[in-house]
Design a protein around this ligand. Structure first.
Ligand SMILES: [Zn+2]
Length: 309
């Protein structure tokens, strides 16, 4: 039993598909970050998107991570945390922060480019009131009016995440038109409720961090320490894209045993000097972020996983 005040981290994959090499890398880094501090780590399965998530993906994710050699102090389905999500929306509504929005992506196109590569939302509907039935009665998207403050933030790895989210990204959606409660809200609520004080995740999510910090402030939640790590990319049309579904856990497990795969990923991360089999537990004692590469890596799959230096 670890003390209640120990460091707490989490790994929070969405259960929209199979684990891929980037999933395992992100899980390994989040796990090592906490384990080498003697802290607790929670596996939180982000399963709210009923249009894309499937229960069998969650079951397989759990199995694939266990096969890879990772263990968790707690495993939780995000869908069981609904009461906390609704309480947060009630609090934001009571503070006059929520508003309905029917704007589409096409409405934003050609406007301001957001730091995440999409189009910023120009807060067009900010003055629209919620209907009499409150946020639950809105059939459009629901957004939260952020303060127009600049967030000065450098993550633990030195990545500058400073932003004026209300301007650069626009007010975030907290409830989608299809009723699904949105990532930006639930990630903040769940980290706060779970006592998560270290968030380790891929750099693709970094542009959202300032928005999440403002949501924490609105909800009176503490700000965890953030660290954003390199990504595995795949070659695609001359450009490198984040490695997604090109190779899934079933194919990986068919070709590599867990220790061999861990060795490939640990070497790519800079944690070991040669590609050789190892287990995550072998890496705990010597783990330091000083060794972890900052540059993204390119992964290729022919009949086996290869990651170029
Ligand atoms: Zn709008």
């Amino acid at each position: 039993m670890r003390p209640a005040d120990a460091t707490c981290g989490r790994f929070a994959p969405s259960t929209t598909g199979e684990a891929h090499p980037g999933t395992l890398l992100a899980a390994l880094l989040a796990w090592l970050d906490v384990r080498h501090r003697g802290g607790r780590i929670v596996l939180r399965l982000e399963d709210l998107d009923h249009t894309r998530c499937r229960a069998d993906h969650a079951t397989r994710m759990i199995d694939d991570l266990a096969w890879f050699g990772l263990d968790w102090d707690q495993t939780v389905d995000q869908s069981t945390l609904r009461a906390g999500h609704e309480a947060a929306l009630d609090a934001l509504a009571a503070a006059g922060r929520l508003y309905p929005c029917a704007c589409t992506r096409a409405d934003r196109a050609g406007g301001r480019r957001a730091p995440d590569g999409g189009w910023a939302y120009p807060n067009t509907c900010r003055d629209r009131p919620l209907p009499a039935g409150g946020w639950r009665a809105v059939s459009e998207a629901v957004r939260v009016r952020l303060d127009d403050d600049r967030v000065d933030l450098v993550d633990e790895g030195g990545l500058d995440l400073s932003q004026t989210p209300a301007l650069e990204m626009g007010d975030p959606v907290v409830k989608r038109r299809d009723g699904v409660l949105a990532y930006q809200l639930v990630v903040v609520v769940d980290d706060g409720a779970g006592g998560v004080d270290r968030v380790v995740r891929g750099r693709d999510i970094a542009p959202s961090t300032a928005t999440q910090v403002l949501l924490q402030r609105l909800l009176g939640l503490p700000r965890p320490t953030y660290r954003h790590h390199f990504l595995l990319l795949e070659p695609r049309g001359g450009k490198h894209a984040k490695l997604h579904g090109s190779v899934g856990a079933a194919a990986l497990r068919g070709r590599h045993d867990a220790a061999a795969l861990c060795g490939i990923l640990a070497h790519a991360a800079g944690l070991i000097d040669r590609v050789e089999p190892c287990r995550p537990a072998d890496l705990v004692a010597g783990f330091t972020w000083d060794r972890v590469t900052r540059a993204d890596r390119v992964a290729t799959w022919t009949d086996h996983l290869e990651i170029s230096p």
